[in-house]
Design a protein. Structure first.
Lengths: 114, 117
């Protein structure tokens, strides 16, 4: 069965430091991977996706993600964190079964401290 | 503003009642998706419509139903409500249909928070 895991419920980072939010996946075949962000009292927003090509994918708000096939990971990164990056981050993988929907991770709460 | 409009924003009702949540997709998007977000179960896909037709079903209870109208807006009907139905219900839209890469780039509304007492 296809799945995605976010091993950390919460990540704390000081403002200005680099941040990483981890995601691992399990799929048969080549994965389609996505990151979304949810700010408090808002809907989710698309950040970036990996379909094929360069393993380093750039997205919105200065975020990027690195696809690593051997480690089946797709970690979200940012070189310098901002307090405004504090939010809930979701990793997702496309289900290549019958409905092609996204399979979502449980989410990681990112807290950036001034 | 994402372009996806959901009403109402908040809804409080009693067990056994029925409610309707409404969604207008972003202009130009033909697919509408409904999701349920709760603390204990995370983000759960309920159902997808594309241009008026049901395209995919997820963990949607038989007490729940949805439809997409010719003007592309969608409604999610929740009946015989239980305490456990209390959650945030999101509508999302996309340009493409399932199977197309663009179908997984979703634009979400702000959600409808349902509280069942």
């Amino acid at each position: 069965a296809q799945s995605v895991a976010q091993p950390e419920d919460q990540v704390n980072v000081a403002e200005g430091n680099p941040l990483t939010v981890k995601c691992t996946y399990s799929v048969s075949g080549n994965p389609y991977l996505f990151w979304y962000v949810q700010y408090p009292n808002r809907g989710l927003q698309f950040l970036l996706k990996y379909i094929t090509g360069d393993n380093l994918v750039k997205g919105s708000y200065g975020f990027e993600a690195e696809f690593n096939k051997s480690q089946t990971s797709f970690h979200l990164k940012k070189p310098s964190a901002l307090v405004s990056d504090s939010a809930l981050y979701f990793c997702a993988v496309r289900d290549f079964g019958s409905n092609y929907q996204l399979i979502w991770g449980a989410g990681t709460k990112l807290i950036i401290k001034p | 503003d994402s372009g996806v409009t959901q009403t109402p924003k908040h809804l409080i009702t009693a067990t056994g009642q029925r409610v309707t949540l409404r969604c207008s997709p972003r202009s130009g998007d033909l697919s509408v998706y409904w999701y349920q977000q709760s603390l204990d179960q995370g983000l759960q896909f309920l159902i997808q419509y594309y241009n008026g037709e049901e395209r995919a079903k997820g963990n949607i209870l038989e007490r729940f139903s949805a439809q997409q109208f010719p003007d592309l807006h969608s409604e999610l009907n929740l009946s015989s409500l239980e305490l456990g139905d209390s959650a945030l219900y999101f509508c999302a839209s996309s340009v493409g249909d399932r199977g197309q890469v663009g179908a997984n780039v979703l634009t979400f509304g702000a959600g409808s928070r349902l509280t069942v007492l």
